[in-house]
Design a protein around this ligand. Structure first.
Ligand code: IVH
Length: 678
């Protein structure tokens, strides 16, 4: 059935609407309709085009990924050559001053004449392309090539959503738009995340992503590496009233529906250039795409013509770079560092290289999987990246430069700091030193945890004090805390005799504890409060826990293979055994479990949530007592909660309880429950 004129009208209307929404969504970042509504319009257009092939058009928004894979790219001769620009190597203000001085000389301006107006733009870090529109339709897209001859990449460029297939408004007969195809940081990260999951190679940087995507012969694959585009100039133009300044040209291109970066401005003289360079350098890392500098252009086009070209570079424009964020250097060694939680991180020791404004000698390799995936070896030449304040990292290896004797990395079996065993639990990417309390790298964190309120509850042992104690080598492990000398303490910063006495008293008080608190305080991986309590109940004594094998440990309720393995490894470590013995000798003790807990657990299986303030006992005390009777005390209310205990000024948990019909107890009700259960 031939399409009626109504239908032609509808198809044209849908294309206009979709093009308009695409522009708002991709170019202006200001969508006007919900995605679902957009999808509906798109599907309607697809259906009409499928039913009436005679209505199809290459400029339809449905046709972005229409092309078939190519055998090779067709060469394209640029009617107006695509030139490059001179780069100022001085990354400081000197670069701007030199350019302005040269322009003024070339224009024959005297010292008294007014400052030159410049258009300041970003220097996008992608690939230059030229888009040719004839009567508003995108007819060809080409790479720069050698500037004279490029390659026809129309099919791939059609997949770039921000590139309009049709211009809007009063369109020129011929308009060649020059600009940069690039990959945004977000698209780069997304693409790499997908590749990692699939175990496929990742892109080294967004620029390589853009190059790879443009040079992809199959447009279907190019579409999977999404690119963006910014227009920054013109090639051949016919039948258009061209504006008279560069700034106005870009405004006009934006009005035709082309994406133009908003990060641009017109400034006066060298001072204006320097201010722009500085402002953009500060913003650089926060931009959603990468730039490697800024570009200054004499704003008046008649002056641009007057200035003309020197060999292959215009005299009216210059690129003023920022310090590079990536450099090549050689890996001299791969060592490991031990983090606060015992995580072992491989670090590349590098031949010093100036990158991102500083000399870098180390770069993180994250973990053993990353080293293997990137296949970084000692002796390799690598790309090192340092962006902003981010820790420098190795982004990839230059395989062509690999020496025959390059050495692969092997994760050490023992901790380089304390020589304890290094383990890497199955399914985890991070290897850890199990030295725990003994490993100096982990000491501060371990001490903080040991002293914390729900562990040994050592009042007054704050972070700053822990730092001092470790840094001055006064405390190596928790047992040393109980050997601290009041006089030595009083000498520390922000201490004094009174606080020293108080701390010693607090340490003394903390010696009377419970087995569960003690187990929790040891900071064994995977062992939280609930597990510590379960262990206390199941084993009754510390000795029993310490000698238990993995099977025995797993018989504890809620202790699975991972927790059991962590416990077993911890107690096998002689250093840990030693610290525990010293703590007990120092007087740390707890009531025997058998005496404190009867076998019966009257509240076993009951789940409670506490909210608001209690008067007779603190929330922590209530929690301890309830847990001792077998109850689970949770932080949030669900259908599985048996009781919500509401004290004074209860929070939203009470509302939630009412909503779900969970039983609510007041403080008296809680006390009665505790009494009746003992
Ligand atoms: S203008 C005749 N403006 O930098 C002048 N180039 O050598 C033509 N670039 O690879 C270039 N951002 O793709 C101009 N705002 C910008 C630019 C820019 C990036 C790239 C361009 C080329 C190189 C210039």
């Amino acid at each position: 059935m031939a399409a009626s004129s109504d239908m032609q009208f509808r198809v044209a209307g849908l294309r206009d609407q979709i093009n308009g929404h695409n522009h708002r969504y991709y170019v202006l970042d200001d969508p006007a309709i919900p995605d679902a509504e957009y999808d509906r319009l798109f599907q309607e257009l697809q259906a009409l085009e499928a039913a009436h092939p005679e209505l199809c058009s290459v400029s339809s928004p449905t046709q972005r990924v229409g092309g078939k894979p190519l055998d090779a790219f067709t060469p394209v001769r640029h009617r107006v050559p695509m030139l490059s620009i001179h780069t100022e190597t001085d990354t400081g203000p000197g670069g701007a001053l030199a350019f302005d001085a040269q322009v003024r000389r070339d224009l024959g301006l005297s010292e008294e004449s007014a400052p030159v107006e410049y258009a300041c733009e970003l220097k996008f870090d992608g690939l230059a392309i030229s888009l040719r529109y004839e009567n508003g339709m995108l007819v060809q897209a080409a790479t720069r090539g050698d500037g004279e001859m490029g390659e026809d990449v129309t099919q791939n460029v059609r997949t770039i959503q921000v590139v309009p297939l049709r211009l809007q408004g009063a369109v020129p007969e011929v308009l060649e738009v020059r600009g940069e195809a690039y990959m945004s940081r977000a698209d780069f990260e997304r693409y790499n995340a997908r590749q990692r999951v699939a175990g496929r190679p990742t892109l080294v940087n967004p620029r390589n992503g853009a190059a790879g995507s443009l040079r992809q012969l199959d447009p279907g694959l190019a579409a999977k590496r999404p690119l963006s585009f910014f227009a920054y100039g013109l090639g051949e133009v016919q039948g258009w009233e061209c504006p008279v300044t560069q700034s106005a040209v870009l405004d006009a291109l934006a009005a035709l529906g082309l994406p133009v970066s908003g990060e641009r401005t017109a400034v006066q003289g060298a001072a204006g250039l320097i201010a722009f360079h500085r402002a953009i350098a500060e913003k650089r890392d926060a931009l959603p795409f990468e730039i490697d500098g800024v570009v200054y252009k004499v704003n008046r086009l008649d002056w641009q013509r007057q200035l003309g070209f020197r060999t292959r570079e215009p005299r009216w424009a210059v690129a003023h770079k920022f310090p590079a964020q990536e450099q090549l250097t050689v890996v001299e060694a791969i060592e490991v560092q031990v983090g606060r939680t015992g995580a072992i991180t491989p670090v590349a020791r590098l031949k010093p290289v100036f990158v991102g404004g500083v000399t870098v000698t180390n770069a993180t390799l994250h973990n053993a999987d990353e080293v293997a995936r990137k296949d970084v070896r000692v002796g390799d030449t690598v790309i090192v990246r340092r962006a902003g304040d981010v820790i420098p990292e190795v982004v990839g290896v230059v395989l062509d430069r690999r020496p025959a004797d390059a050495q692969s990395f092997v994760m050490p079996e023992s901790c380089p700091v304390c020589e304890s065993q290094v383990i890497r639990p199955e399914g985890e990417s991070v290897a850890r030193c199990i030295g725990g309390l003994y490993c100096p790298a982990q000491r501060k964190e371990a001490l903080r945890h040991f002293a914390s309120r729900r562990a040994m509850d050592i009042e007054g042992l704050g972070d700053k004090l822990v730092d001092q104690l470790v840094e001055r080598n006064l405390v190596h492990n928790p047992a040393d805390l109980y050997a601290l000398d009041e006089l030595a303490l009083a000498e520390l910063e922000r201490m004094g005799a009174k606080s020293a006495t108080k701390l010693i008293e607090a340490l003394d008080r903390s010696k009377t504890t419970t087995l569960a608190r003690f187990l929790y305080a040891l900071g064994i991986r995977e062992v939280g409060e609930a597990t510590a309590l379960a262990l206390e109940r199941h084993f009754g004594t510390l000795d029993a826990v310490m000698v238990a094998n993995v099977d025995r440990l797993q018989q504890t309720p809620d202790v699975g293979p991972v927790v059991a393995a962590a416990l077993h490894a911890f107690f096998q470590e002689p250093h840990n055994q030693d610290v525990i013995a010293r703590l007990q000798r120092a007087g740390v003790h707890w009531p025997e479990a058998a005496a404190k807990f009867s076998d019966k657990q009257p509240l076993a299986g009951k789940a409670l949530v506490l909210t608001g303030t209690l008067d007779a006992l603190s929330r922590d005390e209530a929690t301890d007592q309830l847990r001792a009777l077998g109850a689970k005390v949770a932080g949030s209310v669900s259908k599985k909660t048996d009781y919500v205990v509401a004290g004074r000024d209860p929070g939203s948990k009470l509302d939630k309880a009412r909503e779900l019909g969970v039983k609510v107890l007041d403080e008296a009700g809680l006390l009665a429950l505790l009494d009746n259960s003992r």
